[in-house]
Design a protein around this ligand. Structure first.
Ligand SMILES: [Zn+2]
Ligand SMILES: [Zn+2]
Length: 263
């Protein structure tokens, strides 16, 4: 499996992706908003884009579909319930569905509600798994829920699916928000040494050569995976004095998501 992460350099800081089979050159584009950059990258690598996956229905993920399909004839795949919000879906995806690219690549669709209620992530079936997670999981952060999502569903997705993936899973999100998100981590957990160490480097990072994190690293620096951390809970109690002594993980997650909205 070959992966090209494409930095769009737009105001929303989107990442687009090409995933290709090294044997055939067949490729799949994930959320190819910047269709020109995606097409140029495919041409440079000698890849043919045969499929597009939209992780979800927001315009900064679907906005390149029309031009990309016109240029390549690619088939469009998205969550099976996104049909009323994404035009021209050729294949609706449900949990466990497998997407083949060329001869050598298989991606599994995960049904990951929370940011919206028709969001898929893609998990590669490779020795080192890779997760293409749209606006569900960001480097050091989580997607917002105010454009068609629900925080409690996002918690379920994190707890029941994402947290259970192998620690070595590589994380490929839909946006570059890492520096800002590390700031939130340190606001919530000022003694997080790893986040302290990373923040200055990430502020200087060139997003066209972005750090690819692993799930193990996310569990160190992403507040939304640190729901049992005593310092996260202690700081949370300053904002929510009624927080119980031993709050459950879902309560902590939902309150963190609420604080992130106004941070
Ligand atoms: Zn979105
Ligand atoms: Zn987005």
């Amino acid at each position: 499996m070959l992966v090209e992460q494409i930095w769009t350099a737009n105001n929303y800081r989107n990442f687009n992706y090409l995933i290709a089979c090294g044997e055939t050159g067949d490729a799949l584009a994930v959320d190819p908003l910047d269709h020109e950059k995606c097409l140029a990258a495919a041409k440079k690598r000698g890849w043919q884009i045969k499929q597009i996956v939209n992780t979800h229905e927001h315009g900064d993920h679907t906005g390149g579909n029309r031009a990309m399909i016109a240029a390549t004839g690619a088939k469009l795949l998205a969550h099976k319930n996104a049909g009323s919000r994404i035009a021209g879906i050729d294949r609706g995806l449900g949990a466990g569905d497998v997407i083949k690219i060329g001869k050598s690549v298989e991606l599994e669709a995960l049904d990951t509600p929370g940011h919206t209620m028709s969001h898929v992530c893609l998990l590669s079936h490779t020795d080192t798994p890779a997760l293409f997670c749209g606006d569900t999981l960001f480097n050091a952060g989580a997607g917002n829920c105010h454009n068609g999502g629900h925080p409690s569903e996002l918690y379920q997705t994190f707890a029941a699916q994402l947290a259970k993936l192998p620690d070595k899973t590589q994380v490929y999100p839909g946006h570059d928000y890492i520096a800002n998100n590390l700031g939130f981590t340190l606001d919530r957990e000022p003694d997080n040494k790893k986040a302290q160490q990373m923040l200055p480097q990430m502020r200087e990072q060139d997003p066209s050569r972005a750090l690819v994190t692993t799930l193990a690293l996310e569990k160190e620096i992403n507040t939304f995976f640190r729901l049992h951390s005593p310092s996260v809970i202690a700081r949370l109690r300053e904002a929510f004095p009624d927080l119980p002594d031993d709050p459950d993980a879902k309560t902590v997650f939902v309150k963190l998501r609420e604080l992130r909205n106004r941070w």
